[in-house]
Design a protein around this ligand. Structure first.
Ligand code: ASP
Length: 410
């Protein structure tokens, strides 16, 4: 019997996972069936994510250095840089403006009070992370001995070292052609391994989504229903209207065509809540299905996975205004402008791992004097919201690579 395509298998896995998860939630957390199934799903889901993380570091390293080194043939490095960074800033700006507008229009949190959540906030230990300290930490994390960065899996420092190595390879020209060849082969072999890991994707995604659906605390979800609906709705508007529109206007690619090529990565991002873990799949989608050249994709996508996070930026802005409503503070225009900038910094600084945006949101809250304890209210619903924002973070990286390819004529 011929199996359906991997794409279809992944979709079937996703739907089956959610359906089974909802079924288990109905049975209750105490039932033996639920416990055993959750245990098995936990194992399979973690195995899939571990495999992706295993291949992530060699992939990021090889793909960025080779991507930049190969740009030398096009003599277009400058234009690619400008287009890439320009797109990142523009798309995050649109995301934050959408988040702030939605918060101002729908005013989630109004009529509620922080004191309603006393139990949650009491148990929460507030961390201090003033903006200058956060910034210093971020800058400090950029450069690290490459061997230890590779060993510790520090994606940001690996990205930085690979960028510098790539530039050195360009400057060195033909002198280092053996090294370029070696890195090229490393990249090809890691992509081959990614292909193998992807065979596990339908099962892995089913397990992850089963867990998500079965363990989501519906009571908290109910209390915060309006906020959850506004976040998901606005994230979807950005992901299904704003970004596809930019893509269509610049490249002429229709949303349907994009969705067909991108869904493996979008579903994986939704299930894993991690742009980094999804990166191997994202690269595969843009190169194989969306026909972005390896040089461009290899540079734009891994960089985007670490710094370009529209979903996170949108969420941080919207959630900050939600917290302001909870404590009964009306943020004026200047304060909202501060939220705008700190949300962008928070999104850039957030690593592509689950709930990273929650940590960097502390910076946003503190910048306008909001209570950090409010994070305790948001944490129980974060697994669900993180799924949506991570999918948009990944979508944005794919669209960035297609737009940059078009704009630079590479
Ligand atoms: N989980 C997100 C990502 O990996 C980051 C976040 O928490 O916002 O893209």
């Amino acid at each position: 019997m011929k199996l359906p395509s991997l794409n279809t298998q992944i979709l079937i896995g996703a739907v089956a996972g959610i359906a089974l998860g909802v079924g288990l939630a109905g049975l209750g957390q105490e039932s033996a069936v639920t416990k055993n199934t959750l245990y098995a799903a936990g194992l399979v889901g973690t195995l899939f994510v571990d495999l992706l993380k295993m291949i992530l570091i060699p992939l990021v390293f090889a793909s960025i250095s080779v991507g930049i080194a190969n740009l030398r043939a096009h003599r277009q490095i400058h234009r690619v840089w400008v287009a890439t960074l320009g797109f990142f800033v523009l798309s995050m700006t649109i995301a934050i403006v959408l988040g702030l507008s939605a918060a101002n229009i729908f005013r989630p949190g109004e009529g509620m009070h922080l004191s309603m959540f006393a139990d949650a906030t009491r148990a929460f230990e507030a961390k201090q992370m003033p903006l200058p300290e956060f910034f210093a930490q971020f800058v400090h994390g950029l450069f690290q001995n490459p061997v230890s960065a590779l060993a510790q899996g520090n994606v940001l420092s690996v990205v930085m070292f690979a960028l510098i190595l790539g530039i050195a390879l360009v400057v060195g020209g033909d002198r280092y052609k053996n090294l370029i060849q070696l890195l090229q082969e490393l990249l090809e072999v890691t992509l081959l391994i990614v292909g193998w890991i992807m065979r596990l994707a339908p099962l892995g995604i089913m397990a992850l989504l089963l867990n998500l659906a079965a363990t989501q605390d519906s009571a908290v979800l109910g209390t915060l229903a309006k906020f959850v609906a506004v976040v998901i709705g606005t994230t979807l508007v950005h992901g299904m209207v704003a970004l596809p529109l930019i893509l269509y206007l610049v490249t002429g690619v229709t949303p349907l065509h994009f969705w067909r090529g991108a869904r493996e990565a979008l579903v994986t991002a939704f299930a894993t809540s991690s742009s980094s873990a999804t990166l191997p799949v994202t690269l595969r989608c843009v190169e194989q299905h969306l026909h972005v050249k390896r040089d461009i994709a290899g540079f734009v996508v891994p960089l985007g996975a670490t710094v370009n996070m529209d979903g996170t930026a949108l969420y941080e802005a919207l959630a900050a205004l939600f917290v302001a409503n909870l404590v009964g503070i009306d943020l004026n225009f200047t304060q909202q402008l501060i939220v705008f900038f700190t949300a962008m910094i928070g999104a850039i600084g957030a690593p592509g791992i689950p709930s990273a945006g929650m940590v960097t949101m502390i910076v946003v809250l503190q910048s306008v004097g909001l209570p950090v304890e409010a994070i305790a209210i948001l944490l129980p619903i974060d697994r669900l919201l993180d799924a949506f924002r991570t999918a948009v973070n990944v979508e944005d990286d794919m669209i960035a690579s297609m737009v940059v390819q078009k704009l630079t004529g590479a």
